[in-house]
Design a protein around this ligand. Structure first.
Ligand code: F0G
Length: 308
């Protein structure tokens, strides 16, 4: 049983995700957070936040989301018997994530605005009676997400030299840094953000104003975290490489940590490096190019010709 096996009555089995060695980059380990119950790391913190919300007698949980927070909040709210209200930037989130939230019965409102607009509205709604905000500005989310740091230490049986992850709103950067600090260790932490924050192809981290910007800046000033800014091409190339060279099909945003690591860390040879792949590739299938007509006749000759 992993260190994160949560005794919560609300658990869906979050945490204890695989840590696998990369085959093509020596020293690199991939933490497959897409294998959480709703397909992203959000579940680690959401189970804690929704459990507390339910125990406080709330009627509904609310969140702003680029998709994954919504899917996670909806699932745990359904299980807890709470309503879930999620606000997403209109036309800017991946279809499978909205489907997850809707399937779980959440009220999904597409806001004619950005993620930042949605978060501002959710902060206001969350201050109303009966509503609890479950974005990562809720400390229960951070408390739950710290578990990934403990798990990495347990699975590696050592302190990694460097840990890499994406930087969207910065909640997870804060949680990971806090987790290692609590464990009394200080691996180098390298985080990747999109240069084109407000419009990036990696829709999960399409966030103009990170809610945790100040805290991340403090971690940078203290020498705990290094932020690497990534072009769209760098993000896309790393995402493709992970699927094609490692079989690790993650969603676009999840490649930001590995991309940052590759740019900032000269070599992982002889080192212990861990990249946290935050969400599953099936979350955003539209990111994959589909060839147009690719139909062949049902004969072996036609198949051989097609693959020649
Ligand atoms: N990776 C994925 C797959 C995400 O969904 C997110 C954030 C991040 C990385 C960045 O994490 O915000 O803590 O720095 N997704 C949020 C959402 C915004 O609404 O699902 P962060």
């Amino acid at each position: 049983m992993g260190v994160t096996a949560v005794a919560s009555w609300l658990s869906l089995g979050e945490g204890s995700t695989p840590l696998v060695e990369a085959r093509r980059t020596e020293g690199l380990h991939l933490k497959l957070e897409g294998l959480n119950p709703t397909g992203s790391f959000k579940d680690r913190g959401m189970v804690v936040a929704v459990e507390r919300a339910a125990e406080s007698g709330a009627r509904a949980v609310v969140c702003a989301s680029t998709g994954n927070t919504a899917a996670s909040a909806a699932a745990y709210a359904a299980r807890a018997g709470l309503e879930a209200v999620v606000l997403t930037p209109a036309g800017a989130t991946a279809g499978p994530k909205r489907a997850q939230a809707r399937a779980a019965g959440a009220r999904v409102l597409e806001i004619d605005g950005t993620f930042d607009d949605a978060l501002r509205l959710c902060r206001e709604l969350g201050a109303r009676d009966g509503f609890v905000l479950v974005n990562s500005v809720n400390p229960d989310r951070i408390a739950g997400q710290k578990s990934v740091a403990f798990e990495i230490l347990e699975q590696l049986g050592a302190v990694p030299d460097v840990v890499a992850l994406p930087f969207g709103g910065g909640g997870n950067v804060s949680a990971v840094a806090a987790g290692f600090a609590e464990a009394g260790v200080a691996p180098r932490i390298v985080v990747g953000e999109a240069a084109e924050r407000a419009t990036t192809w990696a829709s999960a981290i399409r966030i103009g104003e990170p809610a945790h910007a100040e805290h991340v800046a403090e971690l940078v000033a203290a020498g705990r975290v290094e932020v690497v800014t990534l072009t769209e091409e760098q993000l896309r190339a790393e995402w493709e490489r992970l699927a094609r060279e490692e079989g690790a099909f993650c969603e676009p945003a999840s490649a930001a940590g590995v991309a940052a690591l590759r740019l900032r860390v000269e070599s992982t040879q002889g080192a212990l490096a861990v990249a946290i792949l935050t969400g599953h590739g099936l979350k955003d299938t539209a990111a994959v190019d589909e060839p147009g007509a690719d139909t062949v006749a049902p004969t072996l000759d036609a198949v051989l010709e097609a693959i020649a």
